[in-house]
Design a binder for this molecule. Structure first.
Ligand SMILES: NC(=O)c1ccc[n+]([C@@H]2O[C@H](COP(=O)([O-])OP(=O)(O)OC[C@H]3O[C@@H](n4cnc5c(N)ncnc54)[C@H](OP(=O)(O)O)[C@@H]3O)[C@@H](O)[C@H]2O)c1
Length: 277
């Protein structure tokens, strides 16, 4: 059972059309009419980014490995944002045909303004001594290889110029190690290097990355409830704000990186002050 506290940011009421923007100046309506692809958009932070983008007037395409989950999430979002174009396409990033699968995805999605990458699989918890070369290779597929090929292929579908962007996702383990997580920490750190390099390789398209601390998402649902509760309690003791993050909070970092046409090669940190403790 998901923990109740995640429901801080309920789905919109059907037909509420929360897309209404009031009288905000056009120069601050930078996502209105833009097309945002969220790879990993069916849950957690990706879903929050999708909804936040819709709330700011964007059109959204979701992608993940699970067609029925995509259909369910697209339907929910369509009820809340009936004036927006919302679609979804399956793309399983875990296969050896990774680049070809990504090419197929983008050929269906079409022209874009922003690509957000939040897809991940739950980390396989191995002890230090259990780590093998095969585990390193497997772990790299979603954590490093997929973001690279998404940028390589997807950049060709982005409208040229600094109004377009790619936003990747890493985590605080890229800087603050957690005992037993050398593989996750290594890929998390290397994603920051990849982001800076892509920002040069793909300029003037902007490439940035969000680095969250622990966030209450479906990622942790695979853990037994007691272990998850224990983890969330422990997080309070290792953060200055004594709290876990919530997807709607982290979505703000993605929005910043999409909207600010002056930011590239940068890391947006949002971690409840985890690095201070
Ligand atoms: N949650 C945290 O505490 C935390 C902390 C630091 C960093 N992060 C990072 O933040 C990012 C988002 O995490 P999250 O917590 O929002 O995760 P999440 O809720 O588990 O969402 C993961 C997304 O990836 C998709 N996915 C899973 N397997 C896939 C596959 N083989 N191919 C394509 N899509 C796949 C999932 O959809 P389907 O299952 O439908 O495919 C889902 O949409 C990840 O990079 C994660 O490592 C998370």
């Amino acid at each position: 059972m998901p923990l109740k506290s995640r429901i801080r940011f309920p789905d919109p009421e059907p037909n509420s059309n929360e897309f209404t923007l009031g009288k905000m100046s056009p120069k601050f309506q930078k996502l209105v009419g833009k097309h945002v692809l969220v790879i990993g958009g069916t849950s957690g932070m990706g879903y929050a980014v999708a909804e936040a983008s819709l709330a700011l007037g964007a059109h959204v395409t979701l992608s993940s490995s699970n067609q029925s989950r995509i259909d369910e999430k697209v339907k929910t979002l369509q009820q809340g944002y009936p004036a927006s174009k919302i679609q979804g396409f399956v793309c399983d990033l875990s296969r050896s045909s990774l680049k070809q699968d990504i090419e197929e995805l983008f050929s269906k999605v079409g022209k874009l303004d922003h690509i957000v990458f939040t897809a991940t699989e739950p980390p396989k918890m191995l002890t230090y001594d259990e780590i093998t070369l095969e585990y390193w290779r497997d772990a790299g597929q979603m954590r490093l290889f997929a973001p690279f090929f998404v940028a390589q292929v997807g950049s060709k579908y982005l409208n040229p110029g600094p109004e377009s962007s790619i936003v990747l996702t890493t985590g605080t383990s890229s800087e603050k190690p957690i005992a037993g997580w050398p593989v996750v920490a290594s890929y998390a750190a290397s994603l920051k290097g990849l982001t800076r390099n892509l920002a040069l390789d793909l300029k003037p398209i902007r490439v940035n990355i969000v680095s969250p601390g622990f966030v209450e998402t479906e990622l942790w649902d695979h853990q037994p409830e007691e272990a998850r509760k224990g983890l969330f309690e422990w997080i309070k003791t290792v953060t200055a704000l004594e709290k876990i993050g919530y997807p709607d909070e982290i979505a703000e970092a993605f929005l910043w990186l999409m909207k600010d046409t002056n930011v590239t090669g940068s890391v947006a940190e949002t971690n409840s002050g985890m690095k201070l403790v």
